[in-house]
Write a protein that binds this ligand. Structure first.
Ligand SMILES: Cc1ncc(COP(=O)(O)O)c(C=O)c1O
Length: 494
């Protein structure tokens, strides 16, 4: 009997859980990479699997190999594996049914959406929003836009696809980034989140699967769910997208859509290299999965100032849809984003857009036109200040918390920090008591988990970031001596 048939004859709750599986050999490799050798063998094995679950490398609902298969792959005794599985069951990390295998579950680790209480005072450093303040000169952009307003105001003010001049400027930027684009393919929205919501509503239906990275941008997960679709996480390591894991997920889950952040990922900061993009394009085409590339952070390249712009993913995959935004490059308060749609999907996406919004505000679109007219200068300034903040945060962490691991990203807005113990949500709670609001790794996981991680943005000035790291260090030291307890994430994470 193959696995799907087994699922059919067991309970609905069980069926909800079982959505993916991991084979014995890859699991053995993951286990060996994190195995501690002290203590009884079964305890080390259980602890290693528990850490893989807490880190989000094994997702909620993943079926583990049978005891016999894992015994062979690891070359240990059957008793060791049986005892390790039994321990994980006791701890609530595994659910086993006779004849149907063992499935990972997260004990009481569903992330709830309530706000942190009490409300933060003015002294709280807010690291839950990874967005910089407006570029210098924003007021001048508004003044220039105001001068054009009387002419624009002669029309009705309704331009649901966006002002022609702005659509042209956005299309021109795609051309600079190696992707021929007509202004007709651009639909202006009020921000990238609106843009992706339109796309999910247009192209995904109830019950459809949308492949996402885990971790990923939490509001995108909410947007997928709001369309009725179900996000399915790519298995694998939590720091960068693994093309092998993508291929496996495509084969196992057959998602019709994939939502990916390939450019300075939020929260990891990772940039997908060219071979990865090319492989993604081939793999998704093979499995008839359409990619929605979120390019909100693409302009925040902190490499060298004269670096050429990053080639748009659409240049590798002509069927993909892109969503973009001025929120990170210019200012989040503008609320200007867009969708770049391949011709075959234009009608469906336009129709859906009209059911959800009637276009972005005219004055802000005029400001965006002004911003594009001096984009290189604005982006250079943005990159310089982001670079200074990133470097200050890296130095502060190296000085004050050398045991917190991270890869310094080439761009984006945040460091994805690996803590010495899987207590990220608790750290965020303790940090709040010490005057820092922070987003736990669990908020970025498709099914929670990721308890060994926190996202630390570098969108505040260098001195503030150093103070924040000092407070985070005190918070960590204050909680690490006491037993683990449950904690709630902030209500809004951006
Ligand atoms: C990856 C990603 N996409 C989209 C957004 C939302 O962008 P906007 O402000 O344009 O709606 C954010 C904001 O943090 C983000 O990080």
């Amino acid at each position: 009997m193959n696995w799907p048939h087994v699922i059919e004859i067991i309970t609905p709750a069980w069926r909800r859980l079982v959505i993916r599986s991991v084979a014995a050999r890859p699991l053995a490799t993951l286990i060996r990479s994190s195995l501690q050798t002290d203590g009884p063998a079964y305890q080390s094995l259980a602890e290693s699997i528990r850490r893989l679950i807490a880190d989000g490398r094994l997702l909620d609902g993943t079926r583990l190999p049978s005891e016999r298969e894992l015994t062979t792959a690891l070359g240990v005794s059957r008793t060791t594996v049986a005892a390790a599985y039994a321990r994980l069951r006791e701890q609530g990390y595994l659910l086993s049914r006779r004849g149907a295998g063992s499935v990972v579950q997260l004990p009481g680790n569903r992330v709830s959406a309530g706000p942190l209480s009490p409300e933060p005072s003015a002294d709280v450093i807010d690291l839950s929003i990874a967005a910089p303040p407006a570029v210098p000169g924003l007021a001048a952009l508004y003044e220039s836009a105001l001068q054009r307003l009387p002419l624009a105001a002669q029309g009705s003010g309704y331009a649901p696809w966006g002002l022609g001049e702005l659509r042209q400027a956005i299309a021109d930027r795609y051309v600079q980034r190696g992707l021929p684009t007509e202004p007709e393919q651009i639909l202006v929205t009020s921000g990238a989140l609106s843009a992706m919501s339109v796309v999910f509503h247009a192209l995904a239906g109830p019950g459809d699967r949308v492949m996402v990275e885990s971790p990923t941008y939490p509001n995108a997960l909410a947007a997928v769910r709001a369309s009725g679709a179900r996000p399915v996480g790519v298995l694998g390591v939590s720091e960068r997208l693994d093309p092998d894991a993508v291929e496996l997920t495509l084969r196992q889950q057959s998602p019709g859509l994939a939502y990916l952040i390939l450019d300075f990922h939020n929260p990891t900061g990772a940039l997908a290299d060219e071979p990865t993009r090319a492989r993604l394009a081939r793999a998704t085409a093979r499995q008839r999965c359409q990619v929605i590339a979120d390019e909100s952070l693409v302009e925040l390249d902190l490499a060298t100032p004269d670096e050429r712009p990053i080639v748009a993913y659409g240049a590798y995959d002509r069927t993909s849809i892109a969503v973009g935004s001025l929120s990170k490059a210019v200012w989040g308060g503008l609320r200007i984003g867009w969708i770049r749609v391949p011709p075959r999907d234009l009608t469906a996406v336009r129709r859906t857009l009209l059911s959800l919004e009637l276009g972005a505000a005219t004055l802000e679109q005029l400001v965006a036109v002004e911003a594009f007219s001096r984009f290189d200068v604005l982006v250079a300034e943005r990159r310089a200040s982001q670079r200074a903040s990133r470097d200050a945060l890296v130095t502060a962490l190296h000085d004050l918390r050398p045991d917190w691991g991270f890869t310094v990203p080439r761009g984006g807005t945040s460091l994805w920090c690996n803590l010495p113990a899987p207590r990220g949500s608790e750290l965020c709670q303790a940090a709040f008591e010490h005057g820092v609001r922070l987003a736990p790794g669990a908020s970025f996981g498709v099914d929670g988990g990721l308890e060994s991680w926190v996202r630390i943005p570098y969108t505040l000035p260098p001195d503030t970031l150093r103070t924040a790291v000092e407070r985070l260090g005190t918070a960590w030291d204050s909680m690490i001596g006491r037993p683990a307890r449950a904690a709630e994430p902030p209500a809004l994470i951006a």
